[in-house]
Design a protein around this ligand. Structure first.
Ligand code: GLC
Length: 584
């Protein structure tokens, strides 16, 4: 857009109605670490249900549970043994139903994780496949293949795992001789399903209905861009691969699967939603998942992974808005999840961008700086058009726990890197609810609990919900205030977006009567005109310091400050061109 405010279509500031997902706030629960209701040191559904009032007071519209299904937990529950059963560590089906119902009564919807790319090696289908012969229907649900070379002892392809290392494991035949290999893009305990098999498609549609019938509002689709493989199992060539030509990433056939899922979701009243975990660099390929008959939204990892840098974030926001506008889908704004370094730690580093490959033990950080930036980042995200995701503990400003004893680490990413990558457990440490270290900082709802499944550091209590609730300056109080204001300022839900001119080290934009300013520079900057609504740090004489953001109320009729000439129409045109090109 060039200097004018555009009007969004059906957005409202209310988070009721079937379009709630266009602007709602979703809170991610990692059930193992949210709240333990029975004192065994492992979070569970009874614990989560007991904390519903907390989520209500925080002001969230929905929760997303990472997998709660029966699982050997070889990859934190992303190795599902039965998609229709709750893991006994977390409770039973009745506990899930109780959570869904009680959450609904408080106006909180429940989204669950669906893991279509792979199952656990303990899943009945995979056990049947191992017991069956090569070429059998049982094996056809997976990717079994003969090895290359003499005796078939070389892997069928050269594909590497995003968890590092190879992607094939060899089976042993009943006579003890080496047999076929099976594909697993993640750990060997997570065999990949073959989505060209009609049984696989039918089974997942049935699983969707199983949970939609129980009142879940939608699903988060795990590893959504990986599910279709090239059946010829070619090697991955060296160098770059043309869009759609990669043997297992973002293949064009994927869209047919999600179209059929959307049809299932739309057959419910209210329609259920699909949220994609889509890690793709190309904005046009990403946007293709958000066609009106596919996913409703997808995580904006581009924004999340960028450094705390004015130009970087401006570029990401501009590209994001353009890519989503091209297809009429709302963007999402995500600062963290159960896979990535917590924002107060990440934003305090010299290099504050995120990449899995960069993770190392002992990377220094400045938590105070990171916290200041994380507060500003929330104000930025909450002012942008679209929905916002909050990962449990982010609202407490919890740092990554980078001192977990090595023997406590469970994450396969750590082991598969040969111990070089610290893994993801540092953001999965059970939450502190009270300052009482003797009772797992209130994580376990009993006086004499078992130790928490991951040890909590001594300093955990300073981030406890109890303590932060009593401190108006805490991260928790700030999150509550921001989310409450976001609800009351209807323009944040309804209006378009326009950049404002703000100098080279500031981001500034307007959403109707609200203007948002973020100072990335080294010194203080003067706030533009308008009544101050809220700032993420101190405001002295209408000046905000480095790494501080502010919201101002301005007269929507007035052009408070001239806008930059960001030509969004041109960007949309370019992205469409790329998209069409990719389809050819
Ligand atoms: C997704 C999940 C991650 C999991 C992986 C394999 O990226 O977010 O936690 O390890 O998929 O299922």
């Amino acid at each position: 857009m060039t200097g004018s405010m555009t009007q969004g279509s059906e957005m409202t500031a209310q988070t009721t109605g079937p379009q709630w997902w266009r602007h709602g706030v979703v809170y991610q629960i990692y059930p193992r670490s949210f709240m333990d209701g029975d004192g065994d040191g492992i979070g569970d559904l009874a614990g989560a249900t007991a904390r519903l009032p907390y989520l209500h007071d925080l002001g969230v519209d929905a929760v997303w549970f990472t997998p709660w299904y029966l699982s050997p937990q070889a990859d934190g529950g992303y190795d599902v043994a039965d998609y229709r059963r709750i893991d006994p560590r977390f409770g039973a089906l009745a506990d899930a139903e109780k959570f869904i119902t009680q959450a609904n009564e408080l106006g909180i919807r429940t989204i669950i994780d669906i893991v279509p790319n792979h199952v656990s090696d303990q899943h009945r289908w995979f056990q049947a496949a191992l017991a069956a012969a090569p070429g059998s229907p049982e094996r056809a649900r997976f990717w079994f293949a003969d090895g290359k070379g003499p005796g078939g002892d070389q892997m069928p392809t050269n594909w590497l795992s995003s968890f590092r290392g190879h992607t094939w494991t060899r089976t042993t035949d009943p006579d003890g001789r080496p047999g076929q290999w099976y594909l697993h893009l993640f750990t060997r305990e997570q065999p990949d399903l073959n989505w060209t098999n009609p049984e696989v498609r039918a089974e997942h549609e049935s699983i969707l209905r199983f949970w939609f019938d129980r009142g879940v509002a939608g699903v988060r689709v795990d590893s959504a861009a990986l599910i279709i493989k090239d059946p010829a199992l070619p090697d991955l060539p060296e160098g770059s691969v043309a869009p759609g030509r990669h043997p297992f990433l973002d293949r064009d056939g994927i869209h047919d699967v999600y179209r059929s899922w959307r049809a299932v979701a739309q057959s419910y009243d209210p329609p259920r939603i699909l949220v994609g975990e889509v890690w793709l660099e190309d904005p046009a390929r990403f946007a293709a998942y958000l066609a009106p008959d596919e996913m409703n939204t997808a995580f904006n990892f581009d924004f999340m992974a960028r450094a705390w840098d004015c130009d970087q974030l401006r570029a990401s926001i501009t590209e994001t808005l353009a890519a989503h506008a091209s297809i009429g889908a709302p963007p999402t704004w995500v600062l963290s999840n159960h896979d990535v370094t917590r924002p107060v730690t990440r934003y305090g580093r010299d290099d504050s961008s995120f990449a899995f490959e960069k993770k190392r033990f002992g990377t220094p950080t400045d938590i105070e700086l990171g916290t200041r930036r994380a507060r500003a980042a929330l104000l930025l995200c909450a002012a942008l058009p679209g929905s916002v995701y909050i990962y449990q503990g982010e609202e407490l400003g919890l740092p990554e726990d980078e001192e977990l004893p090595r023997e406590a680490i469970e994450d396969p990413m750590h082991f598969r890197s040969g111990g070089v990558d610290p893994g993801r457990d540092g953001c999965r440490v059970p939450l502190p609810w009270t300052e009482q270290s003797a009772t797992n900082f209130g994580f376990s709802g009993t006086d004499d609990p078992d130790p928490a499944w991951l040890p909590q550091p001594e300093w955990w209590g300073q981030y406890a919900v109890e303590r932060e609730s009593a401190d108006p300056g805490s991260m928790l109080s700030f999150y509550r205030e921001v989310l409450a204001l976001r609800r009351t300022h209807s323009d944040l839900g309804r209006s378009g977006f326009a950049w404002s001119q703000a100098g080279s080290t500031c981001l500034a934009f307007r959403r109707g009567a609200i203007s948002c300013v973020v100072n990335f520079g080294p010194g203080p900057v003067a706030l533009p005109e308008g009544d101050l609504v809220l700032a993420s740090g101190p405001v002295e004489g209408r000046m905000i310091g480095p790494d501080v953001a502010a919201w101002l109320r301005v007269d929507p009729a007035e052009q408070a400050h001239p806008t930059d000439q960001i030509d969004q129409t041109e960007l949309v045109r370019q992205i469409n061109k790329q998209h069409n090109h990719a389809k050819e």
